[in-house]
Design a protein around this ligand. Structure first.
Ligand SMILES: Cc1cc2nc3c(=O)[nH]c(=O)nc-3n(C[C@H](O)[C@H](O)[C@H](O)COP(=O)(O)OP(=O)(O)OC[C@H]3O[C@@H](n4cnc5c(N)ncnc54)[C@H](O)[C@@H]3O)c2cc1C
Length: 419
């Protein structure tokens, strides 16, 4: 019987629920592993899972500063999509979306992936042209995309203000129907559970404070729970990338850390039937299964490691929400929080061997790393196990910034912008 199944829930219910085991063990660090993955967010846990599952490695540890799931993996607005323009990005994110489609079964853990569609609104004929260009690029790559007019927008999501009096009237939009949302915590817990069952040690409350180097090669990490050695060390610490890599002696990465906020309203009846993004600004909203509107906007645009944001940004984001859903003006904002984004200088990620022998780097996820979790883990595991990138992350090098080969999805140049 699968560890989590309807039959198991019924059987355990009849037995007083005494047979459940913890979803993952509280592992004690061993002196040595084949691979240590630093960072127990979505990407680190997925990497450890695929190292064990796809590459047969049995001595793998995830070393996490706190309890797992409290980083960005548990702080995001849960949007999953592959509606990218540039080939490197749309191939990588489409593979991720394919993995999402089977993830609950793969992990035997319900990640509540809901393919309710992601609708990017356009507010002018010119924006419709840009949406058509992106949609065509996606369709040429075999990815689903539909350009739709106002009538279909109204059918899909009747709550949207489609009046001509709107400040930026809606012209139509681009929808990716296979895109949607997932339960962010469950993704961390699901990968932790599945990796644990393959023998991965998940070592919590063990912040890496230094790296062990022998003859210029990274051979382990130092934590308050002791030194742990390994043949290979992968770093997947998202917003803390610059600080952790500095401990290894690597300075000047093309990464800035910025705070991004998210908001949840009190629960309301079903109103936002798909994920909706506002085209005349930068705001994205979906509705959780409990009824809360989950939404976010832009960075606060100052470098920070504080996981809370400023009020001006709350005002901006809420104003943009009301521009397309004026009927929610009186509902209460229930919660808000911030997460630290690892903003790369072209908006695309880095998954690479190096930059030191024995070290492997995964970072630069900007706003979009949650949707990347499965493919990032898949590709980073390949990169670590085989000492060379997978075809899907071959372009996501660190050296591209020095070589001027940016993968500039938003076309904004070398800034930590709205990627
Ligand atoms: C408000 C907000 C909204 C977002 N919305 C979306 C969205 O809708 N869709 C989307 O695709 N993406 C979204 N993102 C981005 C996404 O959440 C991140 O890109 C992604 O989660 C980053 O990867 P991760 O899960 O591995 O990061 P994290 O969960 O942050 O994992 C990194 C881990 O490294 C650990 N760590 C740090 N330092 C050390 C150390 N010294 N030693 C050991 N461990 C260490 C941290 O404790 C943390 O657990 C959003 C992010 C935020 C903050």
């Amino acid at each position: 019987m699968a560890e989590y199944s309807a039959l198991r829930v019924i059987t355990e219910g009849l037995r007083g629920n005494r047979g459940w085991k913890p979803a993952w063990r509280k592992a004690e660090p061993k002196p040595r592993y084949d691979v240590i993955v630093v960072g127990g967010g979505g990407h680190g846990l997925a990497t450890a899972y695929y190292l064990a599952k796809n590459h047969g490695l049995r001595h793998v540890a995830v070393v996490e500063a706190g309890p797992i799931g409290l980083g960005n993996v548990g702080r995001n607005t849960t949007i999953v999509r592959s509606n990218y323009l540039l080939p490197e990005n749309h191939d990588f994110y489409e593979w991720s979306l394919k993995l999402w489609e089977g993830l609950s079964h793969e992990l035997n853990y319900n990640v509540m992936f809901s393919q309710r569609g992601v609708l990017n609104l356009a507010h002018s004929p010119e924006q419709m042209d840009v949406a058509a260009e992106r949609g065509n690029a996606m369709r040429l790559a075999g990815i689903d995309a539909d350009l739709i007019g106002r009538d279909e927008v109204a059918q899909l999501c009747p709550g949207i203000d489609l009046s001509e009096e709107a400040r930026f009237p809606v012209a139509g939009g681009l929808i990716q129907r296979r895109a949607g949302t997932a339960r962010h915590d469950a993704v961390a817990w699901g990968y932790a559970h599945a990796a644990d069952r393959l023998g991965v040690d998940i070592i919590e409350n063990a912040p890496v404070t230094d790296f062990i180097t022998e003859g210029g090669t990274i051979t382990g990490v130092v934590t308050p729970r002791g030194e742990i050695r390994a043949d290979k060390v992968g770093v997947a610490v998202a917003g803390m990338t610059s600080e952790v890599m500095r401990m290894a002696g690597v300075e000047g990465l093309p990464i800035e850390s910025h705070v991004l906020q998210a908001f949840v309203s009190e629960p309301v009846k079903p109103l936002v039937h798909c994920v909706v993004t506002y085209g005349a600004g930068h705001m994205y909203v979906s509705q959780s299964d409990k009824g809360g509107l989950v939404f976010g906007g832009s960075l606060d645009f100052y470098n920070s490691y504080a996981r809370r944001g400023n009020l001006a940004n709350v005002h901006d984001t809420v104003s943009e929400l009301l521009a397309i859903f004026p009927n929610v003006a009186r509902i209460k904002l229930l919660r808000s929080w911030g997460g630290i984004m690892d903003m790369s200088m072209d908006g695309s990620p880095i998954i690479t061997p190096g930059p030191l022998p024995g070290l492997y780097l995964n970072c630069g996820w900007c706003y979009g790393g949650f949707k990347a979790t499965p493919a990032s883990g898949w590709c980073f595991a390949h990169t670590i196990a085989r000492d060379e990138p997978h075809a899907l992350n071959a372009g996501f090098t660190l050296s591209r910034f020095a070589e001027g080969r940016h993968i500039d999805e938003a076309g904004t140049g070398a800034v930590p912008g709205l990627h």
